[in-house]
Structures are given as structure tokens and as C-alpha cells.
Design a binder for this molecule. Structure first.
Ligand code: THU
Length: 134
């Protein structure tokens, strides 16, 4: 499974985004250690704070299906630059990945940025041993 295939899955998931308020559709896909790809889109709500980002939707799909580890992840949205995951999603990514877990960020327009969970969130909260993520 290469990151390009994962990005295609993220792009397809983005088509299902429920974004009547922001009109900003995001798609995410991850390869889990069970060998499956789990996808997610953002799901908004009239009570805006209840919105779930695409990244967390994908991760919660993984967990709900019994897997626990992100092997690689891809995220895509429109924009001049690749979409960058919000802080809340970074913390959830850290919970289910390792510092070196590859993350590919992209824009529909074709920009990409390769990074890792550890680069996205150094010093993630993890109940005391957070220096491991530095
Ligand atoms: N959003 C995501 O799904 N992922 C991100 O990384 C950033 C933001 C969503 C939340 C909301 O539905 C819309 O994008 C605009 O903030």
C-alpha cells in the first residue's frame, strides 16, 4: 500500500463530507496494522462545536473495527497549500500511531507535504512519558 493509493482513498472519502456550514470538505484515509484501510470525512452539525474532523472520523472507524495502530495516513482538502490537521486530531493521531508514522497531506489542487505524527505534534500528551515524542 503506497501513500498515493491511500490519498486516492482519502479523496474518495472527501466526496462524502457533510459540510453545509463551512463548505470545506476534508477526506482522510489510514492504513491500519490489520491491513485494512479506514476512511473518514468531516461531519458538521448545526451546533458547530459538535463537528467531527475527517482525521478523527477515520481513526474512530479503525478503532470501531477492532484495529488500534495507524501505519500510514493521508489527508486531503482544497486549497493552495496541503491541509494541515487541527490540534485535536493531532493528539488523537498520536494516541494511535508512533512518532515515525508517515502522514501525507495534500490539496485537491495538487500540493503535497510528507510529514509524520511526531512532527505534527511533538510532546504530545501521553500521561508522563511524552519526551519519547520529542
Ligand atoms: N476539518 C477537518 O475535517 N480536518 C482538519 O484537519 C481541519 C478542519 C474540518 C472541520 C470543519 O468541518 C471544516 O474542516 C472547516 O473547519
Amino acid at each position: 500500500m503506497d501513500l498515493e493509493k491511500l490519498m486516492n482513498a482519502a479523496k474518495a472519502a472527501r466526496d462524502n463530507a457533510y459540510v453545509p456550514y463551512s463548505h470545506f470538505a476534508v477526506g482522510a484515509a489510514l492504513l491500519a496494522d490489520d491491513g485494512n484501510v479506514y476512511t473518514g470525512c468531516n461531519v458538521e452539525n448545526a451546533s458547530f462545536g459538535l463537528t467531527n474532523c475527517a482525521e478523527r472520523t477515520a481513526i474512530f472507524q479503525m478503532v470501531a473495527n477492532g484495529a488500534r495502530k495507524i501505519v500510514a495516513m493521508a489527508v486531503i482538502a482544497e486549497g493552495e497549500r496541503p491541509v494541515s490537521p487541527c490540534g485535536a486530531c493531532r493528539q488523537v493521531m498520536a494516541e494511535f500511531g508512533v512518532s515515525e508514522t508517515p502522514v501525507m497531506l495534500a490539496s485537491v489542487e495538487g500540493q503535497t507535504k510528507a510529514t509524520t505524527i511526531g512532527q505534527l505534534l511533538p510532546y504530545a500528551f501521553d500521561k508522563g512519558d511524552f519526551y519519547e515524542h520529542a
